[in-house]
Design a protein around this ligand. Structure first.
Ligand SMILES: *Cc1c(COP(=O)(O)O)cnc(C)c1O
Length: 490
């Protein structure tokens, strides 16, 4: 393969130190963020009227998409579809941006599919996963020609029925002689190689008892998979996604290796390349401790090529489904410090960013710590001695803290606190506690020497909050039991 992990841009040298390129990228990323915060304050993107916003670094997103493409191009000549896991950042302009970078969409609900379609992601670059696909969702995906990964035998029964019922009237039981069905959708099965858990249980999808996919090591499961592919020549893909954040790379690579071995076995039995594409899922962990990409896509691709060389010899097309690693480092929550106070000797900055934009961090602070950067009222990085302080959110419960006991330059009233690395699974995942509005999200780039912003998502208005809280059904409950004797059926 001619791949040398020590020289091929894997982000680390032989001693495991970050490469100069990774360090330089990180420094430039931090500079762009500082400039954007300053400009956001100067241009009124954030301020008393908009005390919390999400910022997205367009250049950074493009850079990560390129890094992903290049990493896999370096290890295989076979076609690779990179499908962004929409759940990580379900924002139409983000999907559009990624599409222009050649990155498609992995969707897991009717809503996510609607977002991908609204963004113009073509069906051939869209993949439908999800453990609970309804018949209607399956029908739509097959009609559109979107790739589908069946989660379990019952779902495959439904696909059988959808593909063959119109012609034969049959459902359920499937005969080996069935013709290739009339859909352009590539269809596969999701398997769970059961390689084990990472450090965050809720995100470990390859545990023994994970709810996802066909649990390969369960009794009879592997035979069922082999039989099922033998009976259905149109099953051409195999899918595994072994988890997100907290999974060691080696465990992820092992799950891919297990999936590859299964594909090889299916193909040996078929006497041909029946499985022509392996979907290796996403899950590259993100470094929440600095601006550096660590691990890099290049490092993961090289590890895969070393662990599973056969997967990269050109016989298999690949699908990837990265989410967090594409967007996390390019998002910043920027929140105004409304009040600075002390309690029991502890300095507390009460900001407008809390549980509504950083739900995971607030409810599971040890699993999801966030870096906080301090800026002054003009948006300049705050300097000064570090003071141990809490950075609190606006919600009415004591645990609503972005950071506890964090040593930072002391935040003053009118300053700004930035929660970093929040481009995935944070501000795009609004939690409506206290009827706090969804904040506006703004993309930024540099043009003609200054920072230019564009609205990605407008802030939620009070009218929208009332409407979403049933405002149109004002008297629904008071009228329900107020029946007149004329129309009372009793
Ligand atoms: C969530 C998910 C992904 C993306 O995971 P990340 O950790 O964000 O990369 C990919 N595939 C499937 C099936 C998922 O559920």
């Amino acid at each position: 393969m001619g791949i040398d992990a020590h020289t091929t841009g894997d982000g680390q040298d032989a001693q495991g130190n970050q490469s100069d390129a990774v360090v330089a990228t990180a420094a430039e990323r931090a500079r762009r963020r500082d400039r954007a915060v300053r400009a956001a304050v100067e241009q009124g993107i954030v301020g008393p009227e908009a005390p919390v916003v999400g910022l997205l670094d367009v250049e950074g997103i493009r850079e990560s998409a390129r890094g992903l493409r290049d990493a896999f191009r370096a290890v295989t000549r076979a076609p690779v579809l990179h499908a962004f896991a929409v759940k990580a950042t379900p924002l139409v302009p983000v999907l559009r941006l990624l599409d222009t970078e050649g990155v498609g969409a992995e969707v897991a609900s009717a809503g996510e599919l609607a977002l991908a379609r609204a963004a113009g992601v073509p069906p051939e670059r869209t993949v439908l996963d999800s453990p609970a696909k309804t018949e209607a969702e399956l029908r739509e995906a097959l009609a559109l020609g979107i790739a589908v990964n069946a989660d379990n035998p019952q779902e495959l029964d439904r696909i059988d029925a959808l593909l063959h019922a119109p012609a034969t009237g049959r459902t359920g039981a499937y005969a080996a002689t069935s013709p290739t069905p009339a859909t352009r959708s590539p269809i596969g099965i999701r398997v769970n190689p059961q390689v084990g858990e990472g450090s965050i249980e809720a995100l470990s999808t390859a545990s023994t008892t994970s709810k996802f996919g066909v649990a390969l090591k369960d009794e009879g499961a592997r035979d069922w998979v082999l039989r099922t592919y033998a009976q259905r020549p149109w099953l051409t893909r195999l899918h595994a996604h072994s988890g997100s954040q907290g999974m060691p790379l080696e465990l992820m690579a092992r799950a891919v290796a297990e999936t590859y071995e299964l594909a090889e076995e299916i193909n040996r039995r078929a006497g041909r390349q029946q499985v022509d594409t392996i979907d290796i899922g996403g899950g590259l962990p993100v470094n929440f401790h600095s601006d550096a990409d660590e691990p890099t896509y290049a490092r993961y691709a090289l590890l895969l090529a070393e662990t599973v060389p056969g997967l990269f010899d050109g016989r298999y097309g690949l699908v990837t489904e990265f989410g967090r690693s594409l967007l996390a480092k390019h998002g910043t929550v920027l929140a105004r410090v409304e009040y600075a106070k002390t309690a029991g000797g502890r300095a507390i900055a009460v900001t407008h960013a809390g549980v509504q934009v950083a739900t995971r961090t607030v409810y599971a602070p040890t699993s999801w710590p966030l870096r906080i950067a301090a800026y002054d009222a003009k948006g300049r990085p705050r300097t000064g001695p570090a003071v141990v302080q809490d950075v609190a959110g606006p919600a009415c419960f004591a645990g609503d803290l972005l950071a506890r006991g964090r040593a930072l330059p002391r935040l003053e009233q009118g300053d700004y606190a930035a929660a970093l690395d929040t481009g995935a699974y944070y501000f795009a995942h609004h939690y409506a506690y206290n009827s706090l509005p969804r904040p506006g999200i703004h993309g930024f780039t540099r043009a003609d020497g200054e920072v230019r912003f564009a609205t990605v998502r407008a802030p939620q208005t009070l009218e929208e909050i009332v409407e979403e809280a049933g405002g149109a059904h004002l008297s629904a409950l008071t009228d329900l039991d107020r029946t007149t004797s004329a129309d009372d059926p009793s």
